[in-house]
Structure formats: C-alpha cells, structure tokens
Design a binder for this molecule. Structure first.
Ligand code: SAH
Length: 377
C-alpha cells in the first residue's frame, strides 16, 4: 500500500503525549513543535484517526520545497501528482500562511497554488472550462516559513476533539483532547479511584473512562478522508471493526464527578450516556468544600473556574483556599489542578510538586501537580 509522509498536529505543550500515543499504536514518529511526523499508509491514518486522543488532526505532507518567487511556487505545486489524489470533481479549497518569507502575501500564494493545481488537473483530465468542484472535499494548505513551503492535505475534517458525544457543554468546557491529556499526565490507572470535583460537562472523567475501557475516541464519528474516492472503504471497515473488538467493557471503575451546579450534572450524565460510559461514572451535585473520602491512593483532577473576570476573582481565590483545606488530609491521593491563575499555590496553601505549562485554547494555563506522599504504585 502507498505510504504518505504525515503529521499529527496538536496544541503546544502536548507533542510528547501525541508522539507516545502514535508509538503505542505501533507507528514510529518524530516529535516537533506542535506536531508529530510519521510515515504511514491510509490504513495507518484510519487507525490513528480512530485512536488518537490528544492530537487535533492528521495532514498528509504532499511536498516540501523552497520558493522565493511566485514562479518557483507555481512550478513546484504544478509538479505534484495531483491527479493521483484529486478526482475531476474534487472540491479543494486552498488556505495559506506565511511567516518571515519573501512570498508574504498569503492571498496571492493561495491563489497561485490553486491555479497551479487547476492547470495540472485540467491538463490531466483534458478539461478546458472550469472544474466542477462539486465532489468530495480536499482541504489544501500552503504554509511558508522562512521561504520553505509545505503543501499539506487535511485528512480529518472536523478536529479530533469533536468526538461526537458532547452535545451540551456549559460555560467553560475543556476540549476533549486537552481533557485526555490531563488524564494521561497523571498517575491514574483503572484500578484507582478518580474524582473531579468541578466536573462541569464531565469531559475529563468521560475521557478517562474511555481510556480505561479502551474505547477508541473516534468510533462515534466520521473523518473527511473516508469520503475520498481513492480510499478503499474496507480499510475503514476493518479499522472500525478492530476498534469495536478492542473495547474492554467488563471492568469496574471507581470514578466520581461532582459540581456545585445541578444543571452541569445533568449535562455530564447525558454526555456520559452518549459516550457509552454512563455506567462507569457516578455524577452528583455537591460543593467541592463538602468532599470527604476514606478511600486511599486515588487521583483528583480539577479544572476549576479561573477567575478571569475581575468580579469572580475573590470567589475563585476562596475556592482555591478551600481546595487546599479539603485536599490536605488526602495524603495518599495525587491531586492535579489546571488553572491560569499564577497565584494558585498561594491560595491553595502549598507548593506544587511539579507544574506543567499547557494551553487551554489560546489561554496559557498551568497544571499544578501535588503528588501523593505514599504512592508506591
Ligand atoms: N472541565 C469542565 C469545565 C469545568 S468549569 C468541562 O469540560 O465541562 C468549572 C466548574 O466548576 C463549573 O461547572 C462550576 O459550576 C464548578 N464550580 C464552581 N465553584 C464550585 C464549587 N465551589 N464546588 C464545586 N464546583 C464548583
């Protein structure tokens, strides 16, 4: 089967997790800023699309070259064997970006790339008029950085974070990809208790349950490259079948989600139901301040409000203080808190064992980690 040079793109800061996921799926890769590079067949792309929990999308890298003039760009785009990928009726929007390059006009680069592809296809398909562009979609990007051009083709469509289980999300939901990353960055394993005391729409816990049950995150949705004529449908059928068979649903999990807002608990329950993990998570309305437990060796993950608006600041500081008080006696538990509040540790009342910079969308946050004292697992 033909192989393609590809990249799995992701948010800054979680490249290593994406790299680890790809390797765990049996594919070698190289991690760079914001992406992991690998070579794979359409079957590999199908498998990764179904299974990757932390990446945003997979793009095929069609060509890389240097270009300082429009002629350079046109000729080298024209040289790509577009007819191997694009059918006569392909709908191929071209997007672009340019950083620190001679060819700085993005709209001109886009238009020229489009023109080169159109010319090549017209010649191949013996067409003289306009191409119909009425068929499957092939989103192409021309990305130029320091005069180095990369021409890519998106295979994913809607970003991987759109798993298809979250229809309602409340005010400040985490992307599913970030929620999965938060779980992966903890020491949690399926035989340990897991708690989220500000669970909102339940994203972190739903992702955790799906991981523990080995449910592929992409099983409930489709991907753009499935609609491409040259992609063998059996590949996708096979990848989905394998993913269904890989599920390990006969497990007991000890997962609890609570939130002060009863509406969020209803939403979390509905989302867990859609994701197929409702039987494995207990959701209930409760204030974080009221949490106690006699269990040991558990993990707490929280994505509390950040107090970005001035009016909320005092309330959030009080919540962090209470969090410190509630968590302090739980010495065998590891606690992980994501917030953009740089003073978090002061309010919480102790220094984190470790902090990790992460981006929640465009917002810079820190993942404050308090490791268990007697966690010898
Ligand atoms: N990770 C969640 C979003 C959490 S937003 C998701 O993906 O949907 C923060 C949540 O903290 C909100 O749902 C809010 O209701 C809750 N919250 C605020 N103060 C709280 C408190 N004192 N106790 C429990 N939950 C609280």
């Amino acid at each position: 089967m033909k192989t393609y040079k590809c990249m799995a793109t992701c948010a800054a800061g979680i490249e290593a997790l994406v790299g680890k996921e790809i390797r765990n799926l049996g594919i070698d890769c190289q991690v760079e800023n914001g992406r992991a590079l690998f070579t794979g067949t359409m079957a590999d792309i199908a498998k990764l699309s179904l299974w990757l929990r932390t990446a945003d999308r997979i793009k095929i890298i069609l060509a890389e070259f240097e270009a300082r003039t429009f002629e350079d760009l046109f000729d080298q785009v024209y040289d790509i064997a577009w007819e191997d990928i694009l059918p006569l009726d392909a709908n191929f929007p071209v997007s672009g970006k340019s950083i620190k390059s001679k060819l700085f006009s993005v709209s001109d680069c886009q238009a020229l790339t489009k023109k080169a592809i159109v010319e090549r296809l017209k010649k191949f398909y013996h067409r003289y008029g306009r191409l119909p562009e009425s068929g499957a979609k092939f989103p192409i990007e021309v990305a130029i950085r320091k005069d180095k051009v990369m021409i890519t083709l998106d295979t994913t469509g809607d970003s991987f974070f759109k798993r298809g289980y979250r229809t309602e999300k409340g005010g400040a939901p985490l992307k599913e990809t970030l929620a999965a990353s938060l779980v992966m960055l903890t020491n949690w394993r399926a035989d340990m208790p897991l708690v989220d005391l500000t669970c909102g729409s339940g994203t972190i816990l739903i992702e955790a349950a799906m991981m523990a049950l080995n449910i592929a995150p992409g099983l409930k949705r489709t991907f753009l490259c499935e609609t491409w004529p040259f992609v063998d449908q059996n590949i996708w059928g096979q990848a989905r079948k394998e993913a269904y068979q890989a599920q390990k649903l006969d497990q007991q999990l000890d997962i609890l989600g609570t939130d002060i807002d009863h509406k969020m608990i209803e939403i979390a329950k509905a989302n867990a139901q859609k994701a197929g993990v409702a039987d494995y998570i207990t959701f209930k309305q409760m204030r974080l301040q009221d949490f106690t437990t006699t269990k040991e060796n558990g993990v707490i993950i929280c994505n509390p409000p950040y107090g970005e608006r001035l009016s909320d600041k005092a309330q959030v500081e009080q919540l962090y203080k209470e969090m410190g008080q509630v968590f302090a006696p739980l010495t065998t538990w590891s606690k992980y808190i994501l917030t953009s509040d740089l003073q978090f540790e002061e309010f919480y009342g102790s220094k984190a064992t470790k902090k990790r910079k992460l981006y929640n969308g465009a917002l810079r946050t820190d993942y404050f980690q308090y490791w268990a004292q007697r966690n010898n697992r």
